[in-house]
Design a protein around this ligand. Structure first.
Ligand code: FAD
Length: 160
């Protein structure tokens, strides 16, 4: 739990000095936000700027150098299967709403352009291509008891 400056609070609700939390592992007191990359990314950028300002003005307090964190919702995108997606960016422009194949192209392009390193920008299309050619990697977990008998009804290895 943090305050609106992303400062971690102790169980009594008091600020713990110089300890910050953001992203999925944190929640702002009385201002819960969704656990999405959009939130984590904005918090990280905000905290980086705030800490740099504090470093340049060490005589000031953290709350003097920055405003509280404020989330800007730029919209949502989701893949819905069959090379189609939905995009809702009406927070930016009320006409920015799309679904289907075009939305899928936009969704994929966004992921690619927002990936940070050149390494990932090259790796991600390669993985997309491999998934397209060979299909998704699938893992199967099977639980069996001491007699090596699968609990889901299938015989154990020694009976096969
Ligand atoms: C299947 C799935 C789909 C998602 N799709 C979307 C989406 O479409 N759009 C969206 O906005 N969000 C999506 N999210 C949510 C998004 O991934 C998270 O909100 C975002 O990654 C949170 O960022 P984070 O930095 O807080 O945590 P993470 O990205 O989880 O980063 C935490 C890092 O800390 C590392 N770590 C953990 N413990 C330790 C340790 N003890 N020591 C050192 N390192 C450690 C982990 O390995 C990890 O790299 C999705 C999440 C999942 C699981």
């Amino acid at each position: 739990m943090t305050d609106e400056y992303l400062r971690v609070l102790d169980p009594l609700g008091q600020v713990i000095p110089n300890v910050y939390a953001l992203g999925d592992c944190a929640t702002i007191r009385e201002h819960e936000l969704p656990q999405t990359a959009q939130v984590a990314n904005q918090q990280a950028i905000w905290l980086r700027k705030a800490l740099n300002k504090l470093a340049k003005n060490p005589e000031k307090s953290f709350t003097d150098v920055t405003q509280p964190f404020n989330f800007q919702n730029f919209g949502s995108m989701a893949y819905i299967g069959n090379w189609e997606a939905v995009v809702d960016m009406t927070k930016i422009n009320e006409k920015a709403k799309e679904s289907g194949r075009l939305a899928w192209v936009f969704w994929r392009s966004s992921y690619l352009t927002m990936s940070v390193s050149i390494r990932n920008k090259m790796l991600i299309p390669m993985y997309w291509f491999m998934t397209w050619v060979f299909g998704r990697d699938v893992s199967s977990f099977q639980v069996y008891d001491k007699r090596k008998r699968f609990l889901n009804g299938v015989e154990g290895p020694e009976q096969l």
